[in-house]
Design a protein around this ligand. Structure first.
Ligand SMILES: NC(=O)c1ccc[n+]([C@@H]2O[C@H](COP(=O)([O-])OP(=O)(O)OC[C@H]3O[C@@H](n4cnc5c(N)ncnc54)[C@H](O)[C@@H]3O)[C@@H](O)[C@H]2O)c1
Length: 312
């Protein structure tokens, strides 16, 4: 996949197109069922069909919080693409790269409509794979970004993040020593620590500045319910998925959803209205993002003759 040289802006484009298809009512993306072999771990089945893109398939992705202690990544998994005419599987691919990139891309699409155009300071809490890909994607859409305030409970992870991100993006990337310093005075805040079924959130309403945009990737693990309720607009990438999670014991106290991302991208609902609004989008991660990205990968790999033919 890395050999294909797919840029973040290409991923952002296909992810945005997937949300437009969803807005037109064409995408099929049922809430993801999951199994939970370890505490706070998950393995999710994520099927989706995007008729216009002619992409259908399923991602089988796991997140195991103890993996980094074993020297393994938190997220791993496989993705199968199916032929939309025959249903036959046409391609099997690793889904680690896709999950990293498409999640950052979804944040960027959301920020394009909900963050202030002149956003300068980004706060990142959780400096792992997502902390990296979200920064990469946000630099594509938020051209005024010039500073990152990074926080991580693991000092070594934080040190590496600051070193790598400074070298990669040429922005001022500063390590801060408390969650508060990674939220206050930030125009965009991404939280990407672990998802906890019984969260102990710390972010207070008063830390989140006027005109700010927040994108939690770790559900409600970081933001206190009062902080979420204090926002002017609370959005999500998928209302149905959010409701489904509630039935599974997550999201015990979240505000009413103003709009889902597809409605905002398609113009059915207004995005940011003023430079003072404080907006949050609870992006849960959707299989349409994966299938859009997987199709991009498959088409490019086929054209460039990269990959391996497997007998069925
Ligand atoms: N919503 C989505 O679409 C989506 C998609 C993929 C991943 N995720 C979620 O994003 C999160 C990060 O995933 P990842 O692949 O980057 O994991 P990762 O293991 O690569 O990185 C997580 C980082 O968070 C740090 N951390 C742990 N507890 C913390 C805390 N309390 N405060 C700050 N930092 C903390 C760890 O030290 C590590 O550096 C996970 O919760 C994952 O489930 C969401």
């Amino acid at each position: 996949m890395e050999k294909l040289d797919i840029s973040m802006s290409e991923v952002i484009q296909v992810v945005e197109r997937a949300f437009l298809e969803k807005a037109e009512g064409r995408a099929e993306v049922p809430p993801k069922p999951g199994i939970h072999p370890q505490k706070d771990a998950f393995i999710h089945a994520m099927p989706a069909f995007l008729p216009k893109m002619r992409s259908a398939g399923v991602k089988w992705v796991s997140g195991f919080p103890e993996n980094p202690k074993r020297g393994l990544p938190y997220i791993s998994g496989l993705l199968i693409l199916n032929d939309v005419e025959t249903g036959f599987p046409v391609c099997i691919m690793d889904c680690t790269w896709i999950t990293a990139k498409r999640t950052g891309a979804a944040t960027a699409v959301t920020a394009k409509y909900l963050a202030r155009e002149d956003s300068k300071v980004l706060g990142v809490l959780g400096c792992g794979v997502q902390g990296r890909s979200n920064l990469e994607a946000l630099t594509v859409v938020s051209k005024s970004l010039d500073e990152v305030r990074a926080y991580d409970v693991n000092k070594e992870n934080l040190r590496r993040y600051v070193e790598e991100m400074t070298a990669k993006h040429g922005l001022k990337v500063e390590a801060v020593d408390s969650p508060k310093k990674a939220v206050e005075a930030c125009d965009i805040v991404v939280t990407s620590g672990p998802i906890l079924k019984h969260p102990q959130p710390v972010i207070e309403a008063s830390w989140f500045k006027d005109g700010g945009f927040a994108c939690p990737l770790d559900f409600d693990s970081y933001w206190k319910p009062e902080a979420m309720h204090s926002t002017d607009k609370f959005c999500t990438d998928d209302k149905e998925q959010l409701e489904y999670y509630k039935t599974q014991g997550y999201f015990k106290n979240t505000p009413q959803v103003y709009a889902e991302l597809s409605e905002i991208v398609s113009g059915k609902k207004q995005g940011r209205k003023s430079s003072k609004e404080r907006i949050m989008s609870m992006n849960l991660g959707l299989a349409i993002e994966d299938m859009a990205t997987a199709k991009l990968i498959y088409d490019k790999a086929t054209r460039k003759n990269i990959g391996e033919k497997l007998p069925l």
